[in-house]
Each structure stands twice: as C-alpha cells, then as structure tokens.
Design a protein around this ligand. Structure first.
Ligand code: NAD
Ligand code: 4TP
Length: 347
C-alpha cells in the first residue's frame, strides 16, 4: 500500500456527547490530502464510527507524516466517563480542555501543522467549575496572543470586535485601543491568509442606524470613527461606521472584502443563515493556524450519524491550504502580503 507525506493536521473532537466525534470520522473518510491526527479518546471515535456506519482503522500517532488509505492517527486522551450522545457530562470537561492543550502545544512545537476544532459545549466546561467562553479565548490565553474571531464563507468574511460577552457588557468593551488593535490584526491577516494586497474593511456601527448622528448613541462618534480616521491616515481602506441592518445588501457587499462587526449576534446570523454548510471559523492573530466549524454541538442530532460534516470539511480544507502555503515559505519570511486564494476553500 502506498503512503504519502502530508501536512499533519490535529483534529479535536470537542464535546464528546455532541456531533464532533461523528464529524471527525466523516472528515477522515474524505480524500483530503492531509495526515489527520485525532486528539481524543479512542473508544469515543470507534463508537462514533459505528453510529455513522463507517469503519476506520485507528493507529497510535508516531509523529510520522505518512498516511495510508483508511487510516486515522490518534493521540489518545481518555474520557473521564463514557459519553451519552446528546447529554454532555461536565466530568468530561477536563478531557476536552486536555485535547485543546495538546493541540495548541503540538502546533507551537511543530508536531502539527494546524489544528481544526470540532464544536464543544461551553456550558458543560463552566458547569465543571472552569471559567470558559470559547476556543478562541482559550487559544489566545494559552498562546499569550491578541486574536480576532473571523467567520468566513466563500462570499463573506466577518470579524468580530467582541466575542463571547453578555450583550450588556458590549458597549464598555468597545474601546479605542482594542478596536485599533483588532483592525490592525484583521487588516494584516486579510493580506497574509486571504491574499488581499490592500484589504477593504467595512466597519459596522454599534447602534441602530450607526447612531443616527449621535441621536441613537454616541459610540460611533466618540470611539469608532476616530479610530477609523487614524488608520485611514495610515492608508487603511476602511468604510463606515455602517448601519448593520443594511451593510449586507448586495450593493454594499461589492465595496468591501471583510466586515468588522461590533458583537457576535450583530452579523453572524447573516453568515449562518446564508452559508451554514460553507462557513469556517478562523482565529486571526494566533502563532499557529486554527480553523473550526461554524456550528455548535447539535445535541439534538448527536448519536444519529446525520450531522452534516460540510463545515468541518471546509475548515480542514482551509487549514490544509494555509499550512501548505506556510510550509512553502522560507523560515524567515512573513506570510503577510503574499498572494493567496481570495476566499476560504470549499470541499
Ligand atoms: N466551534 C464551537 O465550539 C461552537 C460553535 C458554535 C456553538 N458552539 C456551542 O454549541 C452549543 C450548542 O449551540 P447551539 O444550539 O446554539 O447551536 P448548534 O449549531 O449546535 O445548533 C443549532 C441548530 O443547527 C443544527 N445543526 C448544527 N450543526 C449541524 C450540522 N453539522 N448538521 C446539521 N445540523 C446542524 C442543530 O441540529 C440545531 O438545530 C453551545 O454550547 C454553543 O456555545 C460551539
Ligand atoms: N462564536 C462561534 C460561533 O458562533 O460559531 C462559536 O461560539 C465558537 O467559538 P470558538 O471557536 O471560540 O469556540
């Protein structure tokens, strides 16, 4: 049987009782030219494969780059208790966190070329007594990096100025210094990862109708606009602050390459309603490549084998593209500004 030297992509299964394990097995069955290393519990994957009616040969990862057809490498991290699909058990929270730590450390040390994460149940980790808001914040903290969450379909890229916050905490979190850093990260990563030589970024307002000249809120005038003006003077191509309700109409879309939204639910529903199966979550600003699905644990589908793997396949495809391009760069060369595909790949 032939073996191939391929980029080593770490896969985390996320919430054991969610659809993640089943999606990992389905991803491993695709012909994507990557060497997948599933960081999870061996028995969990075997049971997920059985539920999907798939057979997969799990072999302990030995660090090599070879992949033989039908094989899936595994870095076994044991569950605390066997999963019951649809019913997260906080006793498995430490297992989930251990898989993320192994993935992050492995990417940093070069054991993995990238990590692709399946969805986890944030509430279950909190129920275990660990304050946790998401992968994005976990990897940022673990890497001591300032990051930005972006969700991207082939047609639309949306970055977020704030991530997993209660809505009432959002206005106070929109600060000039952090907004400026966020825009700089988005700008540089649109060049480095998406190939835009001079990215055009539309910035949304926070308030209805972008504050209506200060009559419906003053964050646009006092915080958002001054930051944009500063960065415009440096040459950044920024439009806005735009009213969020009309920023996504076709006439507007042709004027930008990405949108910076002020908070999670301001813009993600647009992407998730029009491209749920094609959208990828990517963490900008990390010292390694991390992509993910655009959906959650789908507890209502867990155990049925019916969950759609499209978003995970898109996430792995993008991670593979970015890892392959990164591997082709000379060690001292930054990837910023190099030409790359103008949109995330789709399976
Ligand atoms: N990357 C991640 O780790 C991630 C992303 C989003 C949400 N979450 C978490 O997931 C949990 C559940 O979130 P939720 O219920 O709001 O959203 P969800 O995405 O899990 O489910 C919303 C709806 O979409 C459907 N759905 C989701 N994924 C699907 C798939 N692959 N195929 C077919 N249908 C699918 C579900 O069945 C459900 O009807 C929460 O704890 C949330 O924080 C995690
Ligand atoms: N905000 C993401 C979404 O709505 O799809 C999701 O909650 C996952 O975030 P992390 O990648 O930070 O876990």
């Amino acid at each position: 049987m032939n073996s191939l030297a391929l980029p080593r992509l770490a896969l985390t299964a996320g919430e054991p009782a969610g659809v993640g394990p089943e999606l990992l097995v389905r991803l491993a069955a695709t012909p994507l030219a990557a060497n997948f290393i599933a960081i999870t519990d061996r028995g969990l994957l075997e049971r997920a494969a059985a539920r999907c009616g798939l057979s997969v040969q799990l072999i302990e990862d030995d660090g090599s780059q070879d992949r033989r057809p039908g094989e899936l490498r595994i870095r076994h991290i044991p569950l605390a208790v066997e999963e019951i699909p649809g019913h997260p058990d906080p006793r498995n929270a430490r297992h989930v966190l251990a898989t993320l730590t192994e993935a992050a450390d492995g990417c940093t040390s070069g054991r993995y070329a990238a990590v692709v994460t399946a969805p986890l149940q944030k509430s279950s980790i909190n129920d275990a007594g660990v304050a946790f808001t998401g992968h994005t914040e976990f990897f940022a903290g673990h890497s001591h990096a300032e990051v930005v969450m972006m969700l991207a379909s082939p047609e639309l890229r949306i970055a977020l100025a704030t991530t997993h916050l209660p809505l009432q905490a959002v206005p106070a979190a929109i600060q000039a210094a952090s907004l400026e850093r966020t825009l700089r990260i988005v700008h540089s990563e649109l060049s480095a990862k998406f190939g835009f030589a001079e990215p055009r970024i539309a910035v949304l307002g926070l308030n209805p109708h972008a504050g209506e000249n200060g009559h419906l809120g003053r964050e646009e005038i006092e915080t958002i606009f001054p930051v944009m003006e500063k960065l415009r003077r440096e040459g950044m191509r920024l439009s806005g602050p735009l009213p969020a309700d009309t920023a996504f109409v076709p006439a507007q879309r042709q004027h930008y390459d990405a949108v910076l939204a002020m908070y999670h639910d301001q813009a993600l529903p647009v992407l998730k309603s029009e491209a749920f199966d094609r959208t990828v979550n990517i963490t900008l600003g990390l010292p390694f490549i991390r992509t993910s699905v655009d959906h959650g644990t789908a507890l209502d589908l867990a155990g049925t084998g019916k969950a759609d793997p499209s978003s995970l396949i898109a996430a792995a495809t993008l991670a593979l593209e970015l890892a392959t391009r990164h591997a082709m760069l000379p060690p001292s060369t930054s990837s910023a500004g190099r030409q790359a595909p103008t949109s995330p790949a789709t399976p």
